[in-house]
Ligand binder design. Structure first.
Ligand SMILES: Nc1ncnc2c1ncn2[C@@H]1O[C@H](COP(=O)(O)OP(=O)(O)O)[C@@H](O)[C@H]1O
Ligand SMILES: [Mg+2]
Length: 256
């Protein structure tokens, strides 16, 4: 197991007069190295909170995160994070953004430039190395953000709805792009989405979270062969099963 989530609970303290907000209610899961795993769950159920805990940006109230058998506490270069909002530095160019982490790690200018240039090529950004984020399309900005994270060679890549703000065609293209990168690198990826189609297209496994306080209510293996056909029988079958678990979650609180 490369990533082990051991009984993770998280509550946020009460706002003035309110109740304590229980967000995570005991999340346990083990993820193997090189797997592409999606987390899916209702909006507000605690997906971002869970990723922030795994990334060491937020302490758990209880429970542990182990990476390669060692407890993770606090931010680490071993874990890379990609957000929905690309969070690029607006005053830095494509190259400047991609090499930022290497710069912070103290790598020399020539070396990090050379590494960043390789990513520019591989990520289809050639010709835009000196552009600023506002001069790039949303899809390109997200490729820069992914390159900036992967260049640091993290053992674990966390992605929080990275394609959530893209139009559906760009989104499909970036899903295929991400898979092509992953096929070569075999990163271990935890990918948060609330889009069932996206989870099924991308993942080896899909973990379905309950409403708040979130627990893992189901875990599916997606057996459809790769490269995947979005409308194959195998894809449709697992999609139907995931949708049914999500629907049960909604029915339990009388939302439908
Ligand atoms: N720092 C915080 N303080 C208080 N409440 C928070 C904080 N961060 C998130 N929450 C609350 O926790 C719940 C889960 O949020 P989040 O993890 O962002 O859900 P998701 O990503 O699944 O939509 C929400 O009700 C949100 O308002
Ligand atoms: Mg979120």
């Amino acid at each position: 197991m490369t990533l082990e989530l051991q009984d993770i609970y998280k509550s946020f303290p009460a706002e003035s007069g309110g109740e304590v907000l229980e967000v995570l209610g005991g999340i346990s899961a083990g993820l193997e190295r090189g797997r592409f795993v999606s987390l899916i769950g209702p909006s507000g159920c605690g997906k971002t909170t869970l990723l922030r805990i795994i990334a060491g940006l937020e302490p758990a109230s209880r429970g542990r995160v182990l990476l390669g058998g060692q407890p993770l506490s606090g931010p680490s270069r071993r874990v890379g994070l990609v957000f929905q909002q690309y969070a690029l530095m607006p005053w830095r160019t494509t190259l400047g953004n991609i090499e930022m982490g290497l710069e912070m790690a103290g790598q020399g200018r020539e070396e990090r430039r050379a590494a960043a240039r390789e990513y520019v090529e591989a990520f289809g950004l050639a010709g835009f190395e000196n552009s600023y984020p506002h001069q790039l399309s949303g899809g390109m900005q997200q490729r820069v953000a992914i390159a900036r994270t992967l260049i640091l060679q993290p053992e674990l890549v966390l992605m929080d709805e990275p394609f959530g703000s893209l139009d559906s065609q760009t989104r499909n293209a970036l899903q295929e792009f991400l898979l092509s990168v992953w096929r070569q690198r075999q990163d271990t990826i935890v990918f948060v989405t609330h889009n069932v189609d996206e989870a099924v297209f991308l993942s080896d496994e899909v973990l379905v979270l309950s409403r708040r306080p979130a627990r893992v209510v189901a875990r599916f293996s997606v057996e459809a062969p790769r490269p995947r056909d979005r409308t194959s029988r195998a894809s449709n079958q697992v999609r139907r099963e995931i949708l049914s678990v999500l629907k049960e979650q909604q029915e339990q609180v009388g939302l439908v």
